[in-house]
Design a binder for this molecule. Structure first.
Ligand code: TLP
Length: 347
């Protein structure tokens, strides 16, 4: 018999809503490579409007959206400046170097937010010896920093400095709606300083597939060609866009529930001796530190798995737990109870 799992590995595991499934079945579609899919067009326009940009592009994943942005903003051999824990650098299979031909210039940060002073030090003056720096990237919310939200004033300051230094600015906004909800700001405000923004439909917003990239019309024209180059031109993609439209318009309102559950999960887990939560839980990600000497990430992940609880280790002593649409208050309490029991036995 299939056992019911509490899957906290990622918000990417969310199942589409009933409304999404109905909208997908009924979607009006056409060949999007010919620009003839009305539902895709509607999604792209809706995303652009929501994020305050001229145009949008549906892509198959966040990874593809970021890579398409890199390709459209830069030339091979350019330098891209980003934080050392950026998803684009850490988790995207090296596409920035292998496919876009870029040299990453990494900056160490505590919380994903590069300061204007750090940027000044990283950007070198024009010199025949140096690869030209052409792009600056940030990530909001920041995945490896534990779903933290970049303070908007700090973002404004560093992106404005990037512009003065002649760089384009791209935002990996895979979870931008979580950041907007947390700050009580319109998503367009968070997107405003950037030339391009990628937002995922398939994480906390629960669409089955897809991300959107937005920017100026001229940028999106180049991005569309880059998407084709990567084999990402999709045909009757309105089937996916129909779910994406619901993700963008109906799902953000409930993200605060995920945030509250993550906070409760963090509080409950850190009350267990031997466990600590790294930083402040702001959105839907909890990074747990396993301090008890007899335990480590691998052992706790395995013990949880035996209880039907899934989570991902991110280092030998750190585990990431993500709340989402399929995680209820009862699940959160069940995880806290089971952990207390398991760890109690471990001493
Ligand atoms: N992140 C995934 C894994 O790749 C780690 C996850 O489970 O969190 N930007 C950010 C900030 C992301 O967190 C992710 C996905 C992406 C981009 C890439 O999106 P996909 O998975 O759609 O390619």
């Amino acid at each position: 018999m299939e056992r019911h799992l509490i899957d906290l590995r990622s918000d990417t595991v969310t199942q589409p809503t009933e409304g999404m499934r109905r909208a997908m079945a009924a979607a009006e579609v056409g060949d999007d490579v010919y620009g003839e899919d009305p539902t895709v067009k509607r999604l792209e326009e809706t995303a652009a409007q929501l994020l305050g940009k001229e145009a949008g592009l549906l892509v198959s994943s966040g990874t593809m959206g970021n890579l398409v942005a890199l390709l459209a903003h830069t030339r091979p051999g350019d330098e891209v400046i980003l934080d050392a824990n950026a998803h684009i650098y850490f988790y995207e299979a090296g596409g920035l170097a292998r496919i876009a031909g870029l040299i990453p210039r990494l900056i160490e940060t505590a919380d994903g937010c590069i300061t204007p002073e750090q940027l000044d030090q990283a950007v070198r003056p024009w010199d025949i010896h140096f690869p030209p720096a052409s792009l600056f990237c940030l990530e909001n919310t920041h995945n490896r920093a534990g779903g933290v939200v970049l303070p908007q004033e700090a973002v404004d300051a560093v992106v404005s400095r990037a512009k003065e230094l002649g760089l384009k600015a791209h935002l990996d906004g895979a979870r931008l709606m979580n950041a907007a909800v947390y700050q009580g700001l319109p998503p367009a405000r968070l997107a405003q300083p950037f030339d391009s923004v990628m937002l995922c439909l398939s994480k906390g917003l629960a669409a089955p597939v897809g991300s959107v990239l937005v920017g100026s019309r001229e940028f999106i024209d180049r991005a569309r060609r880059a998407r084709k180059l990567l084999g990402g031109g999709m045909r009757q993609a309105g089937v996916l866009a129909a779910a994406g439209l619901i993700a963008l318009t109906e799902m953000p309102a409930r993200l605060k529930e995920d945030h509250a559950r993550a906070r409760r999960l963090g509080e409950g887990l850190k009350s267990i001796p031997g466990l600590q939560v790294v930083g402040e839980v702001q959105t839907n990600i909890v990074i747990l530190e396993v301090r008890a000497s007899q335990w480590d990430s691998a052992r706790l992940v395995k013990a949880w798995r035996d209880e039907g609880i899934l989570a991902n280790a991110v280092s030998p002593r750190r585990i990431r737990l993500v709340t989402h649409y399929q995680i209820s208050d009862a699940h959160v309490e069940a995880v806290i109870d089971a952990t207390g029991r398991i760890m109690g036995q471990g001493f």
